[in-house]
Ligand binder design. Structure first.
Ligand code: ADP
Ligand code: MG
Length: 475
């Protein structure tokens, strides 16, 4: 027996068919562990596809199933495999398989199966251009997750996986412009459709519209005396999403109508997802009853981007576009384009288009050239004086200490922060910045910039402080 074991350990597995008995046992063990329903929903479609050294590959037909199985059963599969066959050390769970559209939701929608028809049925009536209603680029897959948005992302995912869960209804997403609210809402819609299409969930009808569109439709319904129809249409959906709710402020009749629709749906356990630019409590002018109800479920905010998130987003978008952008350029962009994700995307798109057009490699110099106007607009907004003033106020030190020789930590640190921000937010050179901070040397500025960067990486609270200052200065 002992010999057999070591033989299994040593001998490389030549052929996947050798593993068939192990795989069958693992499947049946999983089946009895998780129960019939779970197994049928998530695991039945797994296929064993390849073995490579100590790694095997398990395929699932959709991205969604794949993510699900990886996150919930990945560890279990790993441990079962190593128990079954110690030669296997890793299980790679991937999208693929004969029956499967491997590119995910876009494909499953293009094949116009029944659930999609359910989704668009309502949209066709609500919106004559259903193709423009839900953006196929806005999937969970394409959403880059980082500290500022991970909570909102998790909530959106949860709603897509399990609509109308207690505690998540309504889901209220809020945050500044261009931070991904609409993206997340569309992703929820795609996921719901994708799950229905792959058979893991029952079909649901989803209606998504901006608050403005809600208002137009409502007013049009009043004009054509079809408000009953309008109400019925809305109340027949399983998931209602209203984007940019702030547009309803001051539109009392429309708000009232939305409030009733909202109640009618929530009362029968339907899911509502709402987005706005502020939290319910900060949306002044909103009907108090509506505000209260909006706060009953989950309220999740999308924070301003951090440097790290901007880098991840740029990397993801560049790789999606299939363009090699040097790390230095990504770094430069993430430092200079600090507004929202839309601006960041716009800058990258321009850069990529330019590179394709002229066949020139992308460098920091070409970037500065191509984005000249954009970078200048950014620079113009902030002066070193403003930065010093804001930072001094924030840390409650005297403005004169920005240029004084005092070296106590309580003034030296804010001064370093101001230098750091001056470097990030203006196009001034290091010597120039040094001069404006009491004739300091450019190496002092350089030191401050790297010191603050380090601290931001290590201390989340400090990083948030600095980001806050940056936002204040840029707004
Ligand atoms: P909002 O609705 O909050 O104004 P959007 O959802 O329209 O913002 O996002 C603006 C753009 O930025 C969209 O193209 C979106 O795909 C992109 N975007 C925003 N956040 C992310 C993210 N975390 N990862 C990838 N793309 C993002
Ligand atoms: Mg939006």
């Amino acid at each position: 027996m002992a010999n057999d074991m070591s033989a299994t350990l040593e001998a490389p597995i030549a052929d996947i068919s050798q593993l068939a008995p192990h795989w069958a046992r693992i499947r049946s063990r999983l089946h009895s562990e998780v129960g019939e329903m779970e197994y049928r929903n998530w695991l039945r479609q797994m296929t064993l596809s390849a073995v490579d050294g100590d790694e095997i590959t398990v395929l699932l037909p959709t991205r969604f199933l794949c993510d699900w199985v990886r996150s919930r059963y990945g560890d279990r599969l790993n441990s079962m495999w190593s128990e079954e066959n110690p030669a296997i050390r890793r299980v790679d769970i991937r999208v693929g398989g004969p029956a499967a559209p491997s590119t995910g939701l876009a494909v499953s929608l293009a094949t116009t199966t029944e659930p999609q028809a359910v989704v668009t049925k309502l949209e066709e009536r609500m919106d004559q251009r259903p193709d423009l209603t839900i953006d196929p680029r806005f999937t969970f897959d394409a959403f880059v997750v980082g500290k500022p948005n991970e909570f909102a992302y998790a909530c959106a995912r949860r709603v897509a996986e399990q609509p109308s869960s207690p505690g998540f209804n309504p889901l209220f997403l809020y945050g500044g412009v261009g931070l991904g609210k609409t993206h997340l809402m569309h992703a929820v819609a795609w996921e719901l459709v994708g799950r229905a299409n792959s058979g893991v969930a029952r079909p649901v009808s989803v209606a998504y519209m901006s608050a403005e569109k809600f208002m137009y439709r409502f007013i049009a319904a009043i004009r054509s005396q079809s408000t009953m129809q309008f109400k019925e249409q809305l109340r027949s959906v399983d998931v209602l999403m209203i984007d940019d709710l702030q547009f309803l402020i001051g539109k009392d009749n429309t708000q009232e109508e939305f409030f009733h629709t909202f109640n009618a749906l929530v009362d029968v356990g339907k899911q509502i997802v709402v987005s706005a630019d502020k939290s319910p409590s900060d949306l002044s002018g909103l009907d108090d009853r509506l505000r209260t109800r909006l706060g009953y479920g989950m309220v999740a905010d999308l924070h301003a981007t951090t440097f790290e998130l901007r880098i991840s987003i740029l990397e993801a978008k560049a790789s999606r576009a299939g363009v090699a952008v040097p790390a230095k350029v990504l770094d430069f962009l993430a430092h200079k384009i600090t507004g929202n994700v839309r601006e960041l995307e716009g800058a990258l798109n321009r850069l990529v288009a330019h590179a394709n057009l002229f066949g020139r490699p992308i460098t920091v110099e070409t970037t500065q050239e191509v984005l000249h106007d954009l970078l200048k607009a950014h620079d113009k907004r902030v002066t070193i004086e403003e930065i010093q003033k804001r930072v001094a106020e924030h840390f409650a030190i005297r403005l004169t200490d920005m240029s004084s020789a005092r070296r106590a930590r309580s003034v030296a640190r804010p001064r370093q922060v101001a230098m750091y921000l001056a470097k990030q937010l203006t196009s001034r050179s290091l010597p120039d910045i040094g001069r404006r901070f009491g004739n300091r040397d450019h190496t002092t500025v350089m030191h401050a910039v790297s010191r603050v960067g380090d601290l931001m990486n290590r201390d989340a609270a400090f990083a948030e402080d600095v980001e806050l200052l940056r936002r204040l200065l840029e707004s």
